[in-house]
Design a protein around this ligand. Structure first.
Ligand SMILES: N[C@@H](CCC(=O)N[C@@H](CS)C(=O)NCC(=O)O)C(=O)O
Length: 258
């Protein structure tokens, strides 16, 4: 193995702009201004997500993946974020709430996202085994977004997800996923709202999404990266190719919520 030099990054993040999970890590990197020590490169640099070299480091073949300078591989976005917040505690904002209860609430928001929303988000933009599977997951997505709405602070409580905080890693986790929801659900599934900006069923999330981006340039930066990549997918006919447009024409199923 080559000896490391002072110009080697301390770590490399394998990720791409479309990845909402990766975007929560990119947010932490931008907010803490640590791009000098954590370099962001495409998974193609390791032969792609399903290549041998990548799978050796992340057997799930998913992005993001952080590889430290000594070769230690850290998969899973929330694990990577928490590592960066610890390892670079002396750089930039902590991105953690100050008190124990608020820290637990931020962790709960992230857990809710990872377990109940990320598991069904693909129904918005992936090929599905059947029309019924897409419709079932879309109903579940609506239910879980209702829970997320109930966890979100009201606009009068401040711009961020938890009342009275500055931006936290919870905002960094949720903004990128809401980019997918606000992009695809009004345009392709007919949910009332403004394409790329809001959904009428979720007034708190919609107001929070706008105020996060108005208050925090780095949240805006990751939102622009994700929404820009979704636009490129759209121009390439993604929703046609994955069968979503055909599925939604099937009136046996419910597509529009509430
Ligand atoms: N639980 C994982 C989820 C990662 C994930 O699903 N990544 C997506 C992009 S957002 C991916 O790599 N998709 C490509 C694939 O599954 O082939 C995390 O939090 O990092």
């Amino acid at each position: 193995m080559a000896a490391s030099s002072s110009s080697d990054p301390a770590a490399t993040l394998y990720d791409m702009p479309i990845s909402n999970h990766g975007a929560r890590v990119r947010y932490a990197i931008y907010a803490k201004d640590i791009q000098d020590v954590v370099h962001i490169v495409s998974p193609n640099e390791l032969g792609g997500l399903k290549g041998e070299e990548y799978l050796k480091r992340n057997p799930q073949g998913k992005m993001p993946l952080l590889v430290l300078g000594d070769g230690t591989a850290l998969p899973e976005s929330e694990i990577i974020v928490q590592y960066l917040l610890d390892a670079y505690a002396d750089r930039g904002p902590s991105l953690k709430p100050d008190d124990a209860v608020s820290r637990a609430k931020a962790a709960y928001v992230c857990r809710h996202h990872d377990m109940y929303i990320a598991s069904v988000q693909g129904c918005m933009y992936r090929a599905m085994p059947s029309t019924e599977a897409r419709a079932t997951q879309l109903a579940e997505l609506y239910k879980q977004l209702c829970v997320l709405e109930s966890l979100c602070s009201s606009p009068e409580d401040g711009p961020y997800f938890l009342p009275g905080t500055t931006a936290t890693h919870a905002d960094g986790a949720i903004v990128p996923t809401m980019c997918f929801c606000f992009y695809a659900l009004p345009k392709y599934f007919g949910w009332p709202g403004e394409h790329k900006a809001s959904l009428s069923a979720f007034p708190k999330l919609s107001a929070w999404f706008a105020s996060c981006q108005a208050s925090d340039a780095n949240l805006k930066k990751v939102a622009d990266e994700v929404t820009g990549a979704l636009g490129a997918w759209d121009e390439g006919g993604r929703w046609e190719t994955v069968g979503a447009i055909a599925d939604v024409k099937n009136t046996e199923y419910k597509w529009t919520y509430p």
